[in-house]
Design a protein around this ligand. Sequence first.
Ligand code: CP3
Length: 350
Amino acid sequence: MLRTAMPTAVPTPPSHPFLSACRGERPSRTPIWVMRQAGRYLPEYREIRSRVSFEALCRTPELCAEVTLQPIDRFGLDAAILFSDILVVFDAIGVPVVFNPSPQVAAPVRTAADVKALRWGRAADHLDYVYQAVRACKQALTGRVPLIGFCGAPMTTASYMIEGGSSREFEHTKAMAFTEPALFGGMLENITTLLIEYLAGQVAAGADVVQIFESWGAAFAPDDYRIHVLPHVRRLVAECKPLGVPIILFVRGNAGLLSQIRDLGADVLGVDWSLDLSDAIDVVGTHQVVQGNLDPLTLLGPAALVTEKAERIVVAGRSARAHIFNLGHGISRHTDPAMLQHLVDVVHRS
Ligand code: CP3
């Protein structure tokens, strides 16, 4: 088997600033990585994409490793994030998805019969190419920086299946939750089981940390989120705890949800850019490790503005138990790579 043929990867030293911060220790400098750090704003990524489709890229472990390392080689970031997508898990359950570049699911999953027809049960066994990509990344990183594995949160993941792609209003998802709560809950439960197995597979392959992306937390009003969504996020976090790696929980639209997610047991809470980091720390408490939260589009502005805003966030982060600098959502494809370098330098010298 390929996995035994591969030489053992060099482990990342546990004293690495990003891992220290995840454990709640204050490293000597604020670590930084950015969501979507490998992607279309990088000419070297666009060069690979001119030859390979996004789908093929995700399924080719050596290319995943190459792309994962592109921003590491360039910027001196403190963590790498596996190059993949939250929607590759659809492969496991038999839901075809194409990226144009936004995801499209030609046959949405909306009825009890649709849900039943999917390939549940040890579904994560079908994602071996992702685990191979994790091994290839670890191999290529030679212990330089830790590797973050990831998945979507249950509702965010399900919403793409239910809506058939990206959505503004989430009308099918919410209609399903409100009119057929048992069907919606059962579907999220199945997805959660898959995601637990999937993260376990990534950790077994070498991921040092995992991040859960609840990108569409704001789809539901806080009281509906508490009823229909939160129990599944709670179970996902709880059942991933025994994996023994730090868990980062990023909820976008979390100004209204921080008070719900702060007690789930995640090691790090990712904060989006809709509120000041200091206000987020007031809600979650100074005993929590936080990650965030510069508005990614700040990087389209002048360097002086980036400096000022980043320094303010670093200062705010000092009142948390520990702080990992990040953007409040994924980096824009229109970003000049030189501006990200400027941000990394500002954070590292602050
Ligand atoms: O962060 C990283 O560098 C790792 C790679 C990564 C991708 N997607 C690559 C990608 C990660 C962590 C994701 C997560 C992801 N995917 C999320 C959660 C984070 C978020 O942004 O909220 C979501 C919601 C998705 C679903 C998805 N995949 C969308 C909505 C899109 C299209 C959006 C766009 O930027 O156009 C994708 C495609 C996708 N995933 C691309 C990349 C680099 C662009 C594909 C291309 O190269 O053409």
